[in-house]
Design a protein around this ligand. Structure first.
Ligand code: BG6
Ligand code: MG
Length: 222
């Protein structure tokens, strides 16, 4: 089966907003007196807003300290900080190699979609100036089960009217790689730290993404 679509995660794959998510959580955690570092942050990648806050609470043995309503209030506080930070995002924040990759997809008739857990995905893509380059952008507000569940990748695949073995997913988080694999698609890891699973193909950074290699590996699978 020929590759017909590339489905991209947003934060950490198309742009480095993973850094802003970290800074926003760090500010909230510091304010509440909870420990939070880059290592814990790895576990939040690809995970929903509320679940992210619950992981921070869990690590600090404080999961039972708040009602769900209170947790949502704090998670929204983090979002307010995040929304301020992403106001500064411009097309300079598109990660190296991404523009070229999207161009290559266009030339090769490969559709592009975004499978992000972020409810801010549309505004980030707007600020990056690349929203129109995608054939489909999944709306995180409509996705019930977040990564590692495959729902968001399946949503993209269905919107593009394709089969799993025609789609290739790109992710920087283990939960995302799990989601792609659960959707039965080929997975490409970008600077990903995986403890339990392995992506089909890995690149250290977006600038190293090799279009021809991806297609070659995909062809060898099908
Ligand atoms: C994912 C990020 O893309 O979106 C997570 O990797 C983030 O870190 C999640 O928590 C949800 O984002 P938002 O913008 O809806 O809070
Ligand atoms: Mg990501």
């Amino acid at each position: 089966m020929k590759a017909k679509a590339f489905i991209f995660d947003l934060d950490g794959v198309l742009t480095d907003t993973a850094r802003y998510h970290y800074l926003a959580w760090k500010e909230l955690a510091d304010k509440l007196g909870y420990y939070f570092d880059q290592e814990i942050n790895e576990r939040l990648k690809g995970v929903s807003r509320i679940k992210s806050f619950q992981i921070i609470l869990e690590v600090n043995n404080a999961l039972n300290k708040y009602t769900l309503e209170e947790q949502e209030k704090f998670a929204n506080e983090k979002n307010d900080i995040y929304v301020e930070l992403i106001k500064n995002v411009t097309n300079n924040d598109i990660l190296p190699g991404i523009n070229e990759l999207l161009e290559k997809c266009k030339e090769s008739n490969i559709k592009c979609a975004v499978a992000s857990a972020s409810k801010n995905a549309f505004s980030v893509l707007e600020n990056l100036g690349i929203k129109d380059k995608f054939d489909y952008i999944s709306d995180a507000r409509l996705i019930k089960n977040t990564k590692p569940d495959p729902e968001v990748f399946i949503d993209c695949m269905k919107a593009l009217n394709l089969l799993p073995n025609e789609c290739i997913g790109f992710e920087d988080a283990e939960a995302g790689i799990e989601a792609i694999q659960a959707a039965k698609m080929m997975s490409v890891g970008i600077n990903v730290t995986c403890n339990n699973i392995k992506p089909t193909l890995e690149f250290k950074s977006t600038s190293e993404i090799d279009f021809d290699k991806i297609i070659e590996v995909h062809n060898s699978l099908n």
